[in-house]
Structure formats: C-alpha cells, structure tokens
Design a protein around this ligand. Structure first.
Ligand SMILES: [Zn+2]
Length: 386
C-alpha cells in the first residue's frame, strides 16, 4: 500500500492531501529511515574537511538517500524530486504525485521536502535504482534545490491596516491548503506569511487593494509536484498604495487581465488562477512583502469578512468572501483529514527555529486568532458546492 504525506511527522498548517506525492520531514518524521547527528568519522574525514562532504548521498549498497547539513548554525532545506520509485523507512512504497512539463507531458514523481538541523543528517528513503545503472549521481534521477533556512526577522509584527477582502471570485468556498509558517513551503522569510487557497484553474483572482501593476509573468505552463517548478512560475505583482508588494502566484498561463504599469482598484480581477510552478494542486499562493524581490521578508495580513471583521485563514478550513464557512456538502473529508492538518508528533520547540524562531504563525497562534473571530454563518452570500 502506498504511503502518502499524511503520515509525515512534521509540524503543520498545511493540508497533506493537497500535496500528493510530497513527503515532508522537518528534522525528523515517522516515515524516514533515520535522523542522526553528522559525524565526520562516518565519512573518513578529519575536522575541517567538511567541504568534501556532499549535500546528498545515495548509499551504493542500500540505495538509501541521505541529506547532510555540515553547517553549525543554520537549518538547511532540501526540495528533492525523483522519478525513481521510493520506499520509506519501513520499506513501504511512497506515493508519487503528478507533474506536467512545458510540453504538456505528464509524469509521476516523488518529492521530498526535508529540513535538516545544523550538523544533522536525514537518511530519508530508499530509491529503486535499476541494477546496472550504477549508483553514481549521474545515473540517478535527482533534482534538488538546497537552501539555508534563515529566520524571518520579525514574524510576529502585525498592523491592523493590513486587512483585505477575499482575493478569489468564482464559486466559493475555497480550502486554505497552507497557512502562515506552513511546513510545506512557507518556512522561508520570503514566504512565511503566505496563504494558499485551493481553487479550480480559471478562478478569477481579485486585487487585494488599489495600486499599480508592477510585473506580470504568465508564460509558464509546467506545474505539479516537481521541484523544478520552484524556478519557473507565473505571477502578477501589484505595488499597493499602502506600500506593500502583493504577489499572486501560480496563475494560469496567458490569463493576465492587466499589464505592468496599469492602475488597479481593490477587488478588480487581475488574472485567473492556475497550477503553474511548484504547485501540487491548483491554488493561489498569495503573499505581501515590504521590500521588493523574491527574498524580501513577508508581512502578516488578514482577510476581511462580509461583516467587516478581520480573520487569519488557517490550513484545513474553508473560506469565501463571507469569511470562514463550513465545508461544502459535496466535499467528503478524508478520515482524519483535519487531524492531519498541523499534525505534529515531534517536539514543538525543536521546530521553532524553522522560519521564525518563535513558532508564531503556526497552528497554535492561528488557532488563537480563530478563537477571537466571530461566527459568520449568517452571511447571505450564496455558496456553491464543487
Ligand atoms: Zn504557498
């Protein structure tokens, strides 16, 4: 039986079933083979020889894939995609997920999202590398993106003016599939406060605020769970009148309704949603930054419901212009689906260094925010099932 990411032992604020074929381990997880401390002697090296240690190793005998952080003070993230069949620490097959290249060819691949502590090693999984192919890196299909995971400089900062109406038109409600500090991809300073809303391709994306269109990227057609999508995406960015840069990511190729330099108003349709880039299921990734550029730290923002109350969306809940709503009747929640959201079996404190150093923005804090929110079940707006 295939194993999916729902068994991952990581902290959360993401919906595992929305990331098919992706397997996440922050420092440790139930599904990996082993997490250990890095020991130079294991590699026959002397102190100071760390530079000779590769970031990734496939054991020629066991075909296990290990990732290594030889640094002393910074977590390291690994996004790794392989076309080989992968098996977890219990030798169970790991689920693969769909990917689509720019020619429209579809494939199934497995993607690992690993965070390794300083001086740490994660022996993640076994790869089915065909006999005779050898075990050199050149013979193994591994695509990787490796980064140091710095802490967000000010994750808890909050200004109430950063509250905006819901960014999607079309048939609400929409599932928030990853929230602030989400363990899937929202653990970098440049993505920390981002929100993901799952939506069918072609859903209108509405400007949060008035401002000027700064950039439109809409040529990418590839998407899915392949980590190469981290380098190829579509987006519209708007420099808002409040000085923040809003970025709407994964939009449908060729769907932009605005051009750079255009003046836009709050609520104006900018483009249509899609699944371009590193995008396991079509969704809108939305974030706000104070500075420009992909690595500028994000800022916290809230959504405004139809009664004028602000709220912070969290993964696993459903939202529309009216605010948080009950899941549509047509959606049958997988057994324990909500339990999987934010499922954490590891040490919380162990993970607080990821992204922000305080754990703010994770489920605990979001839950607190939720508790302060009024009920909004009386909103008269229509709800469509899908
Ligand atoms: Zn996102």
């Amino acid at each position: 039986m295939a194993v999916d990411a729902s068994t991952a032992n990581v902290r959360g604020n993401y919906v595992a079933s929305s990331q098919p074929g992706c397997h996440i381990a922050h420092h440790d997880a139930e599904w990996i083979i082993e997490a250990t401390d890095f020991d130079l002697e294991d590699y026959g090296l002397e102190p100071g020889d760390e530079e000779g240690v590769p970031d990734m190793i496939v054991d020629p005998d066991t075909r296990s894939l290990s990732v290594i952080n030889t640094g002393y003070d910074t977590d390291k993230s690994f996004f790794i995609t392989t076309k080989h069949a992968a098996f977890d620490g219990q030798r169970r097959p790991m689920a693969a997920g769909p990917t689509r290249n720019s020619e429209g060819q579809e494939d199934l691949v497995t993607t690992l999202v690993l965070i390794v502590k300083p001086r740490g090693v994660i022996e993640a999984c076994y790869l089915d590398v065909t006999e005779g192919q050898g075990c050199g890196e050149e013979a193994i299909d591994l695509f990787s993106d490796i980064k140091n995971v710095k802490q967000h400089p000010n994750p808890a900062a909050w200004e109430s003016s950063r509250t905006y109406p819901f960014p999607l038109g079309g048939n609400a409600p929409f599932l928030c599939s990853q929230g602030v500090g989400g363990s899937f991809t929202h653990f970098f300073p440049g993505t920390h406060h981002a929100l993901d809303f799952e939506c069918p391709e072609g859903t209108p994306i509405l400007s949060l605020a008035s401002g000027t269109v700064k950039e439109v990227r809409q040529s990418e057609t590839a998407g899915g769970v392949h980590a190469r999508g981290l380098f190829h995406w579509n987006s519209v960015t708007v420099l808002q009148e409040d000085g923040l840069l809003a970025e709407y990511v994964h939009i449908l190729a060729g769907s932009a309704l605005v051009n750079p330099g255009d003046r836009v108003e709050a609520g104006q349709p900018l483009c249509l949603s899609g699944g371009a880039g590193f995008c396991p299921t079509p969704h809108l990734h939305l974030q706000l930054q104070e500075g420009e550029g992909d690595t500028a730290p994000t800022v916290q923002f809230a959504m405004l419901d139809c009664e004028g109350n602000s709220y912070f969306p969290v993964a696993g809940k459903w939202y529309g212009p009216q605010g948080e709503v009950t899941p549509p009747p047509s959606i049958v929640q997988p057994q324990g689906a909500l339990g999987r959201v934010g499922a954490v079996q590891g040490e919380h404190s162990e993970h607080h260094d990821v992204g922000d150093g305080k754990g703010s923005g994770f489920v605990e804090e979001c839950a607190e925010g939720c508790a302060q929110r009024p009920q909004r079940e009386t909103c008269p707006l229509p709800r469509a099932s899908r």
